[in-house]
Design a protein around this ligand. Structure first.
Ligand SMILES: Nc1ncnc2c1ncn2[C@@H]1O[C@H](COP(=O)(O)OP(=O)(O)O)[C@@H](O)[C@H]1O
Ligand SMILES: [Mg+2]
Length: 337
C-alpha cells in the first residue's frame, strides 16, 4: 500500500469539524462525540491492523425515527469530502427480497444481469475511499447480513463474477430503528422505549434489544462482535432540541428565500404561532418538524408570494400565521427605502 487517502484529510477539518457537525445536528451530543471519535480513529489508523483489510471505520447508528441518524452520516461525508454526494447510500428497504443480495454484488455467471455487476461492488470498485451508508438495515433480507459479515471480517466482498472488492478505505455506516419497538405476543409492534424515559434508560434498553436481536432473532452474534463498540444510540428529539431544530429550519428557509430574491422577515408573534404548530407532535422527530414547517410556512409563503405576482425583488414581513385546514399567512409589503 503506497498512499493512505485517510492520512491526507486535513486535521483542521476534524478539529473544526465539531462545530460544523453541531450546526447541523442539534442535540445528540453523545452521538456526535462518539461518531467524531470513530472518524478520528479512522484518520490516524490507530487500531487498524497494519496488514489492512477491514473497513476503515464501522458505525451502527440506532435510535427512533427522524432524530438525525441519516443526517449525521451525510454531515460526516460533507466534512470529510466537502461534498455529500460523495457518499454511497443503499436504502435497505429495497433489499428485502430473497435474492436481493444479487443486486448488491451482482448475479453469478449465466444469470440475468451478470454483465452489469452489483451496485455495491461496482460502487466500491469505482470509489474505494468513501462513506458507505446502509440505511435502515433491519429491512434488508437476513441473507444480506452474511455479505456484511464478510465485509466487516475481511474487508472483502466477492462479486457475482468472482472478483474480490476491497473495503479497506471505506467508512461504513449502518442505520437502524432496531430496539425502538419489540414484537408483541401476536406480532404487533410495542414501544420498547418512550420519550418519557431518560436518555440513559433509552440507551441501555436499545443496546440490550439490538444485542438480543442479533443473537436470538438473527442468530448472528458474530455481527454484534464486529460492531459492538461502535453502536451509537440517538436520543428522542426532546422539546428543547426541537425548538433549536425549528429555529434553524425557519432561519435557513428565510435565507434561501432571500437568495431567491425576496427579503422576508417574520414577526415574533407569527413565529410563536408557527412554533406551536410545528412542535405539537414530536413523535416523528425532526422529520415531523420539517413536514410541519412545509405545511404551515413553505406552502403558504409560496402561495402568498405567487398570488401577489411577486416577481421583482421585494421586502415582505410575515405578520401573522393563520392555522386552518390549509394554513395561510398575512404577508405585508415593506417599503424599501
Ligand atoms: N438532531 C437533529 N438536528 C437537526 N435536524 C434534525 C435532527 N434530527 C432530525 N433532523 C431533521 O429531520 C430530518 C430527518 O432526519 P434523519 O436524519 O433523516 O432521520 P433518521 O434518524 O430517521 O435517519 C433531517 O433531514 C433533518 O432536517
Ligand atoms: Mg434515516
Amino acid at each position: 500500500m503506497t498512499e493512505d487517502p485517510w492520512r491526507k484529510i486535513g486535521r483542521e477539518k476534524i478539529t473544526s469539524g465539531e462545530e460544523f457537525v453541531r450546526r447541523r445536528i442539534k442535540g445528540q451530543s453523545h452521538a456526535v462525540t462518539h461518531m467524531l471519535d470513530i472518524v478520528k480513529r479512522a484518520m490516524t489508523g490507530i487500531g487498524q491492523s497494519p496488514r489492512g483489510g477491514r473497513p476503515r471505520g464501522v458505525v451502527f447508528l440506532a435510535g427512533p425515527t427522524g432524530v438525525g441518524k441519516t443526517e449525521l452520516a451525510k454531515t460526516i461525508t460533507s466534512l470529510l469530502f466537502g461534498d455529500k454526494s460523495a457518499y454511497i447510500r443503499f436504502d435497505m428497504s429495497e433489499f428485502s427480497a430473497e435474492h436481493s443480495d444479487q443486486r448488491l454484488i451482482g448475479a453469478p455467471p449465466g444469470y440475468i444481469g451478470y454483465d452489469v455487476g452489483g451496485e455495491l461492488t461496482n460502487a466500491i470498485r469505482e470509489k474505494p475511499f468513501s462513506v458507505v451508508l446502509f440505511d435502515e438495515i433491519e429491512k434488508a433480507h437476513p441473507r444480506i447480513l452474511d455479505k456484511f459479515l464478510q465485509v466487516l471480517d475481511d474487508g472483502v466482498l466477492t462479486s457475482g463474477r468472482g472478483d474480490r472488492v476491497y473495503f479497506s478505505e471505506a467508512f461504513i455506516v449502518f442505520t437502524s430503528n432496531l430496539g425502538i419497538y419489540v414484537p408483541g405476543p401476536s406480532g404487533e409492534r410495542i414501544a420498547n422505549v418512550t420519550p418519557e424515559e431518560t436518555f440513559e434508560a433509552v440507551r441501555s434498553k436499545v443496546r440490550g434489544e439490538i444485542e438480543r436481536h442479533f443473537k436470538q432473532v438473527l442468530n448472528r452474534p458474530e455481527i454484534l462482535n464486529r460492531i459492538g463498540e461502535n453502536v451509537i444510540v440517538f436520543d428522542f428529539i426532546r422539546p428543547e432540541v426541537a425548538n433549536e431544530i425549528f429555529d434553524s429550519m425557519v432561519d435557513n428557509l428565510l435565507k434561501d428565500v432571500s437568495s431567491l430574491g425576496h427579503d422576508v422577515t417574520m414577526s415574533g408573534s407569527a413565529r410563536e404561532v408557527l412554533r406551536g404548530l410545528c412542535l405539537s407532535d414530536l413523535s416523528n422527530g425532526g422529520r415531523g418538524i420539517r413536514n410541519q414547517v412545509e405545511a404551515h410556512l413553505i406552502n403558504p409563503l409560496s402561495r402568498a408570494l405567487f398570488d401577489r405576482g411577486a416577481e421583482t425583488r421585494g421586502r415582505y414581513r410575515i405578520q401573522a400565521v393563520r392555522p386552518g385546514p390549509s394554513t395561510s399567512i398575512d404577508l405585508v409589503s415593506e417599503q424599501s427605502s
